[in-house]
Design a protein around this ligand. Structure first.
Ligand code: AMP
Length: 280
């Protein structure tokens, strides 16, 4: 396993391997790797010859009052995890490498970014789309692996990869959860013991919503109210509880086809998101 800091060396090395016919699988991350990330890596390891994991906490996708500075980082742990999963390359660029002085180009995916997290984190998906596009240009993977946990991000990346002719296939991997149902996230480390104890109510409420939809409830507003009722007393704030079409991420009123049920809530200063996809 090699750790590479420069975009040019990474591109050069992969070009050499591609010439020999190797396929490349790419897992972009912000590090502090957990089982969720590892399931993406394992999937890439199974599908492709060369596995590249990038670790970069991208300042451009954090708002001015968000947690960029305190976002957890542990490169020694991440390297150990990658080594164990037989990753071939870690792309670990510095800030100046990705955003040198004079940097001025940003990528915007329209429409899909206006609802859900896009509404509450202005500029977030512009930052995500920009860094992902840069990384795709460097790595030029056959397949890029992203998590269902960040459902809107996954759909935005799919759109971006297609619209800008990257040639990369986007593979969405199911959400990995703790035993009590809490979706794994690097941000879970922020939770106090008390908050951590309460956090599984999010997934429990989502599962109940699934049951309601499966048993024929079609009124999105009623299901949203049920979810709200179940979590309102455990969380410190709710950004959104939404039921949207999985294709365009627009709110729906009557549930007829496949829907994404997505929530973003606060425990103290920690913002957590989770979602499920349900077919009635
Ligand atoms: P992050 O490091 O949080 O930016 O996440 C990097 C990638 O891992 C993204 O594609 C995430 O959607 C994915 N990911 C994060 N948590 C999970 C999880 N619990 N299960 C599956 N994928 C995840």
């Amino acid at each position: 396993m090699k750790t590479i800091h420069s975009a040019r060396s990474m591109a050069r090395e992969l070009a050499r391997l591609r010439k020999k016919g190797a396929t490349v699988g790419f897992v972009p991350t912000m590090g502090f790797l957990h089982e969720g990330h590892l399931s993406l890596i394992r999937r890439a390891r199974k599908d492709t010859d060369i596995v590249v994991v990038s670790i970069f906490v991208n300042p451009v996708q954090f708002g001015p009052r968000e947690d960029y500075r305190r976002y957890p980082r542990d490169m020694r742990h991440d390297k150990r995890m990658c080594l164990r999963e037989k990753v071939d390359y870690i792309l670990y660029p510095g800030l100046k490498q990705m955003y040198p002085e004079g940097y001025s180009t940003y990528v915007e995916v329209q429409g899909l970014t206006s609802n859900l997290c896009g509404k509450f984190r202005p500029g977030h998906f512009r930052g995500v789309a920009t860094i992902v596009m840069k990384l795709l240009n460097i790595v030029r993977p056959d397949k890029v692996y992203v998590g269902q946990k960040d459902a809107q991000q996954a759909i935005v990346i799919k759109r971006l990869a297609a619209d800008l002719d990257t040639g990369a296939r986007v593979v969405i991997v199911p959400t990995v959860r703790e035993k009590d149902g809490l979706a794994m996230s690097s941000r879970n480390t922020y939770l106090s013991a008390a908050e951590r104890g309460l956090a599984p109510t999010i997934y429990r409420a989502l599962q109940e919503a699934r049951l309601l939809i499966k048993s024929g409830n079609k009124d999105a507003h009623r299901i949203i109210s049920k979810i709200r009722g179940q979590i309102i007393n455990t969380v410190d704030g709710i950004d959104y509880i939404s039921i949207v079409d999985t294709k365009d991420l627009v709110d729906i009123k009557r549930i007829e086809g496949e829907v994404l049920v997505a929530v973003a809530v606060w425990f103290g200063k920690t913002r957590l998101i989770d979602n499920i996809i349900v077919r009635p």
